[in-house]
Design a protein around this ligand. Structure first.
Ligand code: SF4
Length: 287
């Protein structure tokens, strides 16, 4: 009889956002991934989606046409697409009778695009990929997410680029952002066999960049960290014990009313929790 390789059983799925949630606050992970509680859209996060959409599309233009004016002219159409995909975003401007708030907010997206152009000239770049879904299965654990941009040099070096537009405090955001970038570096290394030469975070609000060069040993350690996080998620799911871990990020948490750290009571733990953590559907949007 001929031996055949059976496909590896997928025991779970982790995105950088959900892994970082668990690391930051296990109860936040539970609320988002297991209870799947809705979260109100915010102007800051929605503006991030809008700016990402413009920066992705900008590279559809011929190189010479990628100017700041061209980018800013793309904002209204990108906003229309954001609204079509997430109609609840319209509620952000429900009280804006004369449209002045919306106009100012769209203009602030244009300002972020101006900051982007201060950091690099897109006419000199030809990205290898934009909004690229990356995924690998390690010992049955699916690791996946979306990379904002992937640049490949003529020598074959990879650079992972991520645009940051949010208003979370820098030190908290930086830890989470580096975690996310190492996650992508690991997945790219495991799928392409090349450790990315550079991870580049572009902070558009600050007109600043953070660059980081991972090495293989570090990524091996990071892979062990992800497996340990997954093992902890499985244990918490089996016991239903997801503890709150208060921090400055609570100021940005939509779920304070249900959080024991703020006097709330979480909803009953769902019976299908294990199925939810294996599926992790919401994470794609969060990434
Ligand atoms: S309010 Fe803070 S401690 Fe509570 S779930 Fe949210 S992040 Fe966790």
């Amino acid at each position: 009889m001929t031996e055949v390789d059976l496909p590896v059983a997928i025991v779970g799925s982790l995105s950088p956002s959900r892994a970082a949630d668990f690391k930051t606050c296990p109860l936040l992970y539970r609320f988002r991934t297991i209870d799947r509680l809705p979260e109100a859209p915010s102007r800051a996060a929605t503006r991030g989606t809008l700016v990402h959409a413009v920066l992705e599309e900008l590279f559809d233009l011929p190189a010479a046409a990628r100017t700041l004016d061209a980018a800013r002219s793309m904002v209204p159409a990108a906003w229309a697409r954001v609204l079509a995909e997430a109609p609840e975003a319209a509620s952000l401007f429900a009280d804006d009778a004369d449209g002045s708030d919306l106009a100012e907010w769209l203009s602030s997206a244009g300002d972020l695009l101006g900051n982007y152009f201060a950091l690099e000239d897109p006419r000199c770049l030809e990205p290898a990929a934009r909004e690229e879904r990356v995924e690998v299965v390690v010992d049955g654990l699916r690791l996946r997410g979306y990379v904002d941009r992937l640049d490949v040099s003529p020598a074959g070096d990879l650079r992972v680029v991520d645009y940051k537009t949010g208003t979370t405090p820098r030190e908290a955001f930086e830890g989470k952002a580096l975690f996310q970038m190492k996650f992508y570096a690991l997945v790219l290394w495991r799928t392409r066999g090349v450790v990315p030469r550079q991870l580049r975070l572009m902070y558009l609000a600050d007109t600043d960049t953070l660059s980081y060069s991972p090495d293989a040993d570090e990524l091996v350690r990071f892979e062990r960290t992800l497996k340990a996080i997954w093992a902890a998620i499985e244990r918490a799911t089996e016991s239903g014990d997801f503890r709150p871990s208060p921090s400055r990020l609570c100021d940005w948490c939509d779920h304070q009313a249900l959080c024991p750290a703020f006097g709330g009571t979480p909803p009953p733990f769902p019976h299908d929790a294990l199925a939810n953590i294996g599926d992790d559907r919401r994470a794609a949007a969060a990434d």
